[in-house]
Design a protein around this ligand. Structure first.
Ligand code: IVH
Length: 697
């Protein structure tokens, strides 16, 4: 975290520079004007650094509009002059940069800074609150730093900014106004309820709500003080205290007057006497970021003593005694490209957003939670929307809101499912969290249906409706329970006679002899399908070996990478009770013809590994079958052809690529044939292929 680089947008010539300045000015006006910027914070920072780098190299080209060196990127809003300019902060992005900045301050003041104060950088907007005789009389935004907008109508909406202080003093408090997560959700609910568009994030929600004069609904915000200064009418003893107190003392004074400071949060301001201690505190605050109910985008480090501040002085844009240590962005703009509806183990049907991949807080994000259908509605999301996505630390990424002004008109409504996407039964919509009417049984019905399917245990006579009956009668909760069914239980079901009962029980009994790959496939382990189940069964040979394998061992299986391996290991652990039941029922737990691979940790582990079937006719080949099968392969399902390929040592695949060794192309082979021709892949007919693998048919 401490070595975050500061990437820069490359600007090659004067025209690109002019365009970059224009983009930055527009984005900045949107940001400070409470609309959501077209650029996220990262992109904006990169752009401004690129502009600054270009200006250093070409000072003769500098444009008057340039955002560099200006408070609020030059966005001018408001006409209430500030008593003292409301400045911005310079940034550092790494421990090294912080150290050299601190050394620079020491050089400037001719001594080491005695004490630093360290506190979170709150992600809201700066405000000046003027108190006369203890009463709140005016609220002013930062504007361009010299003058801001009067937003006194916001009084009474801001927690932490009392309308009356604990003492009748005349003082100006400065600080950040933001929305906590809960306040943001409530504001969006109120706003969309009143027919408005959702705010894209808490920051723009706070800015927009503060600036809106006439609003049909109430919103709440929160203030945190980071400054207290004298103003016209402040009595001299107080003015002197305000000028002489260290920053930490000013914050105690503000809190004593009844204003909110970060002292009441899990990340209170602290002091440190060395840069090492400052960096340790930076790490602590960064680690707590995901747990906070308000956004922070960095850590502010300030020389604590008034004398150190006075000696360090100010630049036109920022104090030289304070710096923001920026943390990586936890919010980005990306596109919503799809919505998946998943059914949880309890039958809850939850939508999940599929996103254009975006890097966020150190990880690549492709999916984000959308909570529930009402939430989609409330946020007014459309498919194809640009959306703000938030993720910090281990927090599951979530879609915050659409960026409405980036709409093109091509966005489509998000279709909610008509029936349960898992079992096809009805949806109970009586609560915000939709549930399949089957509740937990939905999972049972769907997983048993899958387990008894043709490519798994292939139990004939067990139609979906029969499974429904068995689950509803409480006779089964998973497919292992099938093996415990007896004659009386089955014949007791509706529409079951002696013959059908006998047939069903015989089919269930026969399923016990299915090879391991079918049994494994029947478990429905996430991220494994039919051919992966075959590979796993062939690789490990026994269920014991599969259960003993760790993620590393799974990665030896063709096609299993680290992510899939750890999911599979976790799933197998979760399925342990079901597997135990299957073992107890006498279901086959070995793969015929597979090399016996001892379970990890067993006494035989040190033995020579068993030979792989390298001498099989299709060993090392990746094979795709397409079109209608004919000749000896006539009537085989695609899965059965794939099984044949794998019995003969090949790897069955469903798509043609440069890695494909052979295409088995039947009638109507279509695009796969065309692609194979283009790539020069060998193509054979089903008859030719059957001849090569005749021994395995
Ligand atoms: S001190 C004269 N402390 O960050 C310097 N600012 O990017 C005044 N901010 O304009 C700023 N948290 O709106 C300070 N703990 C904090 C802050 C903080 C957030 C904001 C503030 C400032 C902006 C600069």
């Amino acid at each position: 975290m401490t070595e975050t680089p500061a990437p820069t947008t490359e600007i090659g010539d004067q025209a690109a520079y002019a365009a970059a300045v224009q983009t930055a000015v527009t984005a900045s006006a949107a940001y400070y004007g409470a609309r959501h910027s077209t650029l996220d914070d990262d992109a904006f920072d990169r752009l401004v650094r690129g502009i600054a780098a270009y200006e250093t190299a070409h000072p003769e080209h500098v444009l008057p509009d340039s955002p560099t060196g200006k408070v609020a990127g030059g966005a001018v809003i408001g006409d209430v002059p500030h008593t003292v300019p409301m400045l911005s902060l310079d940034n550092v992005f790494s421990a090294d940069e912080l150290e050299s900045w601190a050394a620079g301050v020491a050089r400037r003041i001719g001594r080491d800074v005695g004490t630093w104060s360290v506190e979170p950088k709150l992600d809201g907007l700066a405000i000046s609150a003027r108190y006369t005789g203890g009463r709140l009389v005016q609220l002013v935004t930062r504007g361009d730093g010299a003058a801001g907008e009067d937003v006194s109508h916001g009084m009474g909406m801001i927690v932490g900014l009392p309308e009356e202080l604990a003492e009748p003093v005349t003082v100006e408090l400065r600080g950040e106004v933001l929305m906590t997560r809960d306040q943001f959700e409530a504001a969006n609910e109120a706003r969309t309820g009143a027919g408005g568009a959702a705010f894209a994030n808490p920051r723009s929600a706070a800015a927009g709500s503060l600036r809106a004069k006439d609003r049909a609904y109430q919103v709440e915000m929160t203030f945190f003080a980071y400054g207290a200064l004298p103003m016209e009418g402040t009595d001299e003893p107080l003015a002197e205290r305000l000028r002489e107190l260290p920053y930490s003392g000013l914050m105690e004074l503000a809190a004593g007057l009844g204003a909110r400071t970060v002292a009441v949060t899990p990340v209170p301001g602290t002091t440190a006497t060395t840069v090492e201690a400052v960096l340790a505190r930076v790490q602590e605050i960064a680690a707590l970021r995901a747990d906070l109910d308000f956004g922070i985008d960095g850590i502010v480090i300030k020389a604590d003593a008034a004398a150190d501040q006075a000696d360090a002085g100010l630049s036109s844009r920022a104090p030289r005694w304070a710096i923001a240590y920026k943390l990586p962005a936890v919010e980005k703009i990306t596109r919503l490209i799809g919505v998946e509806w998943n059914v949880g183990r309890t039958g809850v049907i939850a939508p999940r957003a599929e996103l254009e991949e975006v890097e966020l807080d150190g990880s690549l994000v492709r999916y984000a939670t959308l909570h529930n259908a009402a939430d989609i509605e409330r946020r007014g999301l459309l498919l194809g929307d640009h959306v703000t996505v938030y993720k910090a630390g281990d927090v599951i990424p979530r879609v915050e809101a659409p960026v409405a002004h980036l709409r093109t008109g091509d966005e489509k409504p998000i279709e909610a499912p008509e029936v349960c996407p898992r079992c096809g039964d009805e949806i109970d919509r009586s609560q915000q969290r939709w549930r399949c009417v089957r509740g937990r049984d939905c999972h049972a019905v769907a997983s048993v249906r899958y387990a008894v399917g043709r490519d798994q245990l292939d139990i004939e006579g067990l139609a979906g409706s029969r499974i429904d009956q068995l689950v509803e009668a409480g006779l089964i909760t998973d497919f292992a329970d099938l093996f415990a069914l007896d004659h009386d239980q089955v014949i007791g079901l509706e529409r079951m006679g002696e013959t059908s009962t006998a047939n069903l029980l015989a089919a269930i009994e026969a399923a016990k002899a299915k090879p391991l790959n079918k049994v494994f496939c029947a478990l429905g382990v996430r991220l494994t399908g039919r051919s992966m189940s075959r590979r796993i069964a062939r690789h490990f040979g026994t269920m014991d070996a599969i259960r003993a394998a760790d993620a590393e061992a799974f990665q030896e299986v063709d096609g299993i990478g680290p992510e899939r391996a750890s999911t599979v290991v976790a799933e197998i652990a979760e399925l342990a009770p079901l597997i135990d039941k299957l073992v107890a029922a006498g279901v086959t737990m070995t793969e015929p013809g597979a090399p016996a691979r001892p379970a990890a940790g067993s006494a035989d582990e040190a033995d020579e590994p068993a030979a792989e079937p390298a001498d099989l006719p299709l060993a090392g080949m990746s094979i795709v079958a397409t079109g209608a099968m004919s000749g000896p392969l006539d009537g085989l399902s695609r899965n059965e052809v794939n099984e044949l390929i794998e019995r003969a040592g090949g790897r069955a695949s469903s798509s043609v690529s440069a890695k494909t060794s052979l295409l088995v192309a039947g009638e109507k082979a279509g695009s796969k044939r065309a692609k194979a021709e283009k790539l020069g892949v060998e193509i054979v007919t089903p008859e030719e292929f059957a001849a090569r693998v005749a021994a395995y048919l």
